[in-house]
Design a binder for this molecule. Structure first.
Ligand SMILES: [Mn+2]
Length: 354
């Protein structure tokens, strides 16, 4: 669990997927409430994906008497295209009905960063904040409780964008982006290493934004590690193989730490690459299946290629099952699904468009 206080407001960074996650949120808020000194009953959810479990946590907090605010940009933009979109739309409707004006769910196109959904300090007296465990969730939570700086909104939009843009923000933002790029991947043998590293990065960065020099120096070491990872990525890009026309694969299994953002942007620039595929030995699916394939569609082709259509319509997104898919241009699968489903699907897709 990633949690620490920002400007004295207890903040929990979590994506709610299980009933255990709902319990974690409820316990976190109850404990924060027992410790609080202000008379507030406000809990803010910000940038948290609208899952069944997120909705359940909000419903239960309301039942316990909290005033819950929900600010998010994961709303469905247009018509739902799959089962997951339908569930998000149903969750959105339920939250809007339950919370009324306290619920603002918009779309990324209009609000690239969630920090634009709060005023600086608007929630500085909140009992607790529940945020997405990524730089967008962090910057939005910080601003909500009153820690901000002039470039924060612009930086946050870059941090929530494509990997090669993430590291192009203001100097302070780069400390966060480069640290985040080299966080250890999920590793089943050391299952909380990624969480602990994320918590350290986030809390150091919040301190550095407020002028803490030792925290800034620790972050600078992360930048050095990032620079090394960029070199590894450049070397790895030389081993790329075109497995189908426009589909470029790099085997990254058992490699030292590399920067995926650099690797993918080199592939997209130097090859006629429509879809990049990284074969990895670390990650949530690899934890269960040994290896995972991570696919990404290059920006100019994202309107034309929907990776979710390569999988059966009722496919669930679940690392244990061997599939993770949240957006149409990214797909992670096990070795089995790569060979049985994705590769034949891509071949058919390319023949169709040829
Ligand atoms: Mn976000």
């Amino acid at each position: 669990m990633i949690s620490f206080s920002i400007n004295s407001v207890p903040t929990l960074f979590i994506k709610a997927f299980t009933s255990g996650d709902v319990e974690s949120i409820l316990e976190f808020v109850r404990e924060a409430n027992a410790m609080r000194s202000s008379a507030s009953d406000t809990v803010l959810f910000i940038d948290t994906p609208i899952t069944l479990r997120t909705v359940e946590a909000v419903v239960k907090l309301k039942e316990e008497g909290y005033r819950v605010f929900f600010r998010d940009h994961h709303g469905i933009d247009g018509e739902p295209v799959n089962q997951r979109d339908v569930l998000v739309q149903q969750g959105t409707a339920k939250l809007e009905k339950l919370l009324g004006d306290d619920c603002v769910i918009t779309v990324r196109r209009l609000h690239p960063a969630c920090s634009t959904l709060v005023e600086a300090g608007e929630f500085k007296n909140a009992v607790a904040v529940i945020a997405d465990p990524d730089p967008d969730g962090l910057t939005a939570a910080m601003k909500a409780v009153g820690i901000s700086y002039p470039e924060l909104d612009g930086d946050a939009a870059l941090l929530d964008g494509e990997p090669f843009l993430q590291v192009t923000g203001s100097p302070i933002s780069q400390l966060l982006a480069k640290g985040a790029a080299t966080l250890p991947s999920y590793d089943a043998k050391n299952h909380d290493l990624r969480e602990r590293s994320t918590q350290k990065l986030f809390s150091d960065w919040v301190a550095a934004v407020q002028g803490d020099k030792p925290a800034e120096e620790r972050l600078m070491k992360g930048v050095a590690a990032y620079d090394d990872a960029v070199v590894v990525a450049q070397d790895l890009s030389k081993t790329a193989k075109e497995v189908l026309p426009g589909v470029v694969l790099v085997d990254c299994t058992d490699q030292p730490v590399y920067d995926p953002g650099t690797l993918i942007s080199i592939l997209e620039k130097s090859h006629d690459c429509r879809i990049s595929v990284l074969r990895k030995s670390l990650g949530p699916i690899a934890a269960h299946h040994g290896v995972q394939y991570s696919l990404a569609v290059a920006k100019p082709y994202q309107d034309k290629v929907n990776l979710q259509k390569l999988m059966p319509l009722d496919t669930r997104s679940d690392p244990q099952y061997g599939v993770i898919t949240n957006v149409s241009f990214l797909l992670h699968v096990s070795e089995y699904f790569w060979h049985e489903q994705v590769l034949p699907g891509l071949r058919a897709l390319l023949e169709q468009s040829a």
